[in-house]
Design a protein around this ligand. Sequence first.
Ligand SMILES: [Zn+2]
Length: 393
Amino acid sequence: MKNSDVKDYMHNEETEIINLACKLIHQKTENPPGDEILAVRVVEDFFQSLCIPYTIFEKIKGRANIVGYIGRKEVGVPTLLVACHLDVVPAGNGWAGNPYDAWIENGRIYGRGASDNKGQMAAMMAVARFLKENESRLKGQFLLAGVADEERGSALGLEYLLNECGVSTDLAIIPDIAHNMQMIDVTEKGTLFLEITSHGRQAHGSTPEMGINAIWNMMIFLERIQQLRFRQTSHPLHTPPTINLGSVHGGTAPNIVPALCKAQLDIRYLPGDSSDAIVGDIKGILKEIESQYPARFDVKIISDQSPTAVPSDTPLVELISKHAQSVLGIRPEPKGLSGATVTKQLIQKGITAVGFGPGDETDAHAANESISIRELIDFAEIMTLVSLDILAE
Ligand SMILES: [Zn+2]
């Protein structure tokens, strides 16, 4: 089989990819509440029509995941998983049409989920059809998963599949990073969300010296945290580490000395640094302030996800680069992501997982979300070639 056969095949799939994307968008799977089962039924019909064996995994009723299997597991041949999420964020306002009707304009599909992540799922269903038709040539196994709950932490989605359902793979590609197939996500920053509480003592506003002002003390901390020194300040594939002050709450009225103030921080740190060390440094700053002022603080970790990385020259990255170059004429760059995707969960399980896919960064979660049909077809072509290189003899 020649690469041009795959190109012809995917160009003939255009109408089918559009239809599948629209059908998926029609299913309102806003998370919360989720209802991914609606989109899972679309994928299930598709798998059934092609005799692709599949399993539906549902941790909570209605929050369904589906995994289809093509080829068979064989010793010495890797397994490749591609997972797209079937939940979407709420539509919000500002749409030119009904976000769940899906419409086509200027070569693009519009609707909630078009680029995050249902368009990609439709393209991958075309890849699955091709691989099923060529199953006799596959030595390894290809898994296509439609997963739940990605927009709110994946506890009912990929995490559940990996930890409780026995879904396993050697390699994985997650088409959920946009960047128009111009980058391959090989490393992600660590994400540490903290809540700092400043405890004071309430008093009358006319006699502030009788109280301890929790907000003034918090302001001293917020000034000093900006000078926090990270152990890793640079990385060849990442932008520098960051601290975002996301919220500050405290006080009740002008004539009361506030006894409580809370601040929430979002800290994105580089591979090589650790959340333990960062929290230790922050506690050090707080101790120092407590020794200088009548102040008392505590720190709560809201969530903590370690940085992850796969080598930029791992064969999976090379394969994606090679086929993207041949289809698009541009070689995508291995890069680091400041956001977090489910590749984190996969890498922590020892799976070589990278992010790669179509779509504009500005489209996800926005009104009038859309995706280029041309990009979906190119993506399907690249993913077919990559799958064949990994799985076919
Ligand atoms: Zn997404």
